[in-house]
Design a protein around this ligand. Structure first.
Ligand SMILES: CC(C)(COP(=O)(O)OP(=O)(O)OC[C@H]1O[C@@H](n2cnc3c(N)ncnc32)[C@H](O)[C@@H]1OP(=O)(O)O)[C@@H](O)C(=O)NCCC(=O)NCCS
Length: 156
């Protein structure tokens, strides 16, 4: 998929090294309201877990730089519940339509994998992310913690 000469591709098709992915994950993870560093996430282990088990969509700039990452699990065939775990774009890519193309990929991929529900945790103070999820049919369905809510939508 393309958006303003930016390409949105699956990790396996992106042709990027694991190290480039891990470094971009760390850089983009710093933009989260509760950054990966602040949450004391082991970046290498998290990156390995994502490439091994999650669906990972990457946004590449025209020069081939990783400027966005979205990751979600869509592999629990018992509950058929998918879980969005990571989404972040470099600041220059926000408000460009890239986020919407990536969200559509998440919904389409999770449906294609037979998932019936998708959910994710969103910070209460992250109005922008909440607005994006709402545009794609997500609504707040429960409280996750003092800082975060769970937003979800049906896929079937
Ligand atoms: C969350 C993120 C991926 C969304 O991408 P984006 O390109 O900024 O999203 P959009 O510009 O499409 O904004 C989505 C909608 O939010 C709304 N919006 C934009 N800015 C807003 C703001 N400051 N406050 C409230 N709503 C806002 C608009 O309705 C917009 O849609 P529209 O302009 O088409 O009407 C991106 O902002 C980001 O990487 N943020 C940092 C990391 C992060 O917070 N990740 C989310 C973790 S759950």
């Amino acid at each position: 998929m393309e958006c303003n000469e930016y390409r949105i591709v699956k990790y396996a098709e992106a042709g990027v090294s694991f190290e480039a992915f891990r470094d971009a994950l760390g850089r983009l993870g710093a933009y989260l309201p509760y950054s990966l560093e602040e949450m004391q996430v082991d970046l290498d282990a998290y990156a390995r877990k994502l490439v091994a088990h999650a669906c990972v969509d990457i946004c590449l700039s025209p020069e081939g730089r990783i400027v966005g990452i979205q990751a979600y699990y869509a592999n629990d065939m018992e509950t058929r519940k998918a879980y969005a775990t990571f989404f972040s774009l470099d600041p220059e890519c926000r408000g460009t339509g890239i986020a919407k193309v990536m969200m559509q990929s998440l919904v389409d991929t999770a449906k294609a994998k037979g998932m019936s529900v998708m959910e994710g945790k969103v910070a209460r103070n992250n109005a922008r992310a909440q607005a994006l999820y709402e545009k794609f049919g997500f609504a707040v369905t429960s409280e996750a913690s003092a800082e975060k809510v769970i937003m979800s939508r049906r896929l079937d």
